[in-house]
Write a protein that binds this ligand. Sequence first.
Ligand SMILES: [Zn+2]
Length: 162
Amino acid sequence: MALIIRSSAIHAAGCYTTGPIRKGTQVVEYTGPRITKEIADEKYENSPTTYLFGVGDGSTVIDGHGTAMFINHSCDPNCETEEIDGRVWIMAIRNIAAGEELTYDYYLYDGDEDEARCNCGAENCRKSMYSPEEIRRRARAASKKAVHKTASNGRRAKKHSR
Ligand SMILES: [Zn+2]
């Protein structure tokens, strides 16, 4: 089994397997330098694309570099990630056929304003790469913001009305 990177229908480039992979296989490690969350936030403050993977309690992140960083998100994935002795592995959660694109659920958290829209095309697609908990948290934050916006819009509208 070899993994190749080529263009993907889901997003930009994706990671494909040239051979079949059996369910339960430890497919590839999520590699890259380990940096603190603070340094990552600083380094990627203005970057729309990051490949950060939180490990342990999340104070350390892997700054993705290598094959695994190309694996796209799907809401109906064929892999999942598992932390084993501080290392992050992509594991097959079902049998995968040769030529299939590898995917796992990103369960993004701690994002900024970006909505991380999902285009995976799965029937159960939740339209976002954020974790369900993060979607709920962001919805609460957004509804708070919406109230503020409505109030100021109201004021502005009044000012400009004739
Ligand atoms: Zn999706």
